[in-house]
Design a protein around this ligand. Sequence first.
Ligand code: DGT
Ligand code: CA
Ligand code: CA
Ligand code: ZN
Length: 574
Amino acid sequence: MKINKMLSKRFEELASALDFLGENPFKVRAYLKVSRILDEMDEEVSEIYKMEGLSGLEKIPGIGEGIAKKIAEFLETGTFQKYEEVMSQVPPDLLILMNVPGIGPRTLKQIYDNFRVTKMEDFVKILDDPRLLQLPGMGEKKIENIKRGLELYLSMQERMPLGVAMGIVEELLEYMNKCEYVKFISPCGSYRRMKETVGDIDILVVGPNGSEIIKYFTQYPLVSDVLASGDTKGSVVIENKYQVDLRVVSEESWGAALQYFTGSKSHNVKVRSIAKSKGLKVSEYGVFMGDKYVAGREEEEVYRALGMEWIPPELREDQGEVEAALAGNLPNLVEFKDIKGDLHVHSSYSDGSSSLEELAKYSISFGYSYLGVCDHSKSVKYAGGLAIDGLREKNREIDRLNSELGGFRLLKGTEVDILADGKLDYPDEVLAELDFVVASIHMWKKNEDATERILKAMESPFVTIIGHPTGRLIGQREGYRVDIDAIIEKAVETKTFIEINSYYERLDFNDVNAKKAKEKDVLLVINTDAHHTGQFSMVRLGIGQARRAWLMPNDVINTRPLEDLIELLNTKRK
Ligand code: DGT
Ligand code: CA
Ligand code: CA
Ligand code: ZN
């Protein structure tokens, strides 16, 4: 099916480009018709060509001699001359614009003829140019449509935060699992590797009836556009924004396909080179020795066939994981069952919406044995920062609740603001009343380098943890400037812990920084910064980053049982 689709797409592009170049409409329509025939054919043109040659292609209804030759040329060389020739006459940005909903080759040609735009950014500017309205057939409404189409197109070029992808994937899997034909299903791609942003979501399925599975998939109620729908592959846009690709594979290939489509590309390249050195071949279909299928049902089996341990997806970035797997030296990565509590959640005392009691009860049901409640300090007024009286009142409520909660423990914390001069927003005697302190920056000047502020805060014996250390918000703002190496060095010197903040917009420290910290033996803490109980599950995002950073349970303080944790939290004060 694959080659027919590729060819169909080529003829469609050819038709658009010719239309743009002012070719006779009859020819344009003829190419569009060929595109449709190829798209709807059941038989593979490559099979026909293999069996019957050129004359076989000419017998396909609706395909004449000229087209048959182009198809044959494509099958022999991977392209055809007419296509290359025509495409080279249209600027590349315009080829992209032709495919944007609401534009089309005619409109594009009209704009091009009048304004000579060849670049995307110039095209965008022209849309606000009053002269555009004077072109025949161009009205406000049409321009509005073009803008909307372009916005959709550009937003789809962007990457989604992992947390957003997680919401989409979980709902979609729930829906897909109700399809009677789905036997196995798993996300793969960058999502499975827990990359902090995801370009598109990839899903892999095993089941007996590919076309029914794909059909069911395209009927998912949140689908706003179906980009492709065949026997083994479907591609949709969810909520006008997020692309999801779904592939159906055979059961013997499940493990191999999972391995292949999980990537990363560079990991796969490395794995294939190892296979080659052992006289094997790995593809999305399996591991082969010559033509003989050796493995592929399970992912473990694929790695084992190559002499490796199974590699956790989060490590598959060609950062030494293949070498470690070959040597049997993979790290035993931290996982959810290791996490004993969260040391950064907000309560209704500041900008959170759950009461202390709700937080405690929810923590117990979540499997935690402690919870550090950190409300904002007094300067962070927009987030309901607590004055000293409020903080003390909260501490009294914690004492009262702890006496009723059995083995579970609420820990008294704060997210104290690091002020502009690096001082803290509460005096030491107040901080001394707490079990631990998270110190973070919430306000900074444009282009400010906050390194000195943070280093100074770290020198306080009361600052246990540096919260969201870079201030970045994924896809929204870069954060303040900060010298990561200096922070890590100071953490070593002062025995301060560093946070991996799991809040879906933050993921801060990120994987790269957390790995650097681990390499210097700095201890980290995986917190959520949850503002209500519904956000506790974001911890999985932080764990994902920790695993991408090769962290083991011992590198993370909130894997420790309560007694050990309390001892660690007191290290600096002693
Ligand atoms: P993304 O979507 O940009 O966040 O990143 P990925 O890693 O999900 O990439 P995607 O969606 O293009 O492809 C999914 C996986 O499929 C990718 O991680 C590895 C595999 N893959 C795709 N294209 C190729 C390729 O040309 N060569 C190899 N070796 N693997 C590929
Ligand atoms: Ca992807
Ligand atoms: Ca993809
Ligand atoms: Zn916070």
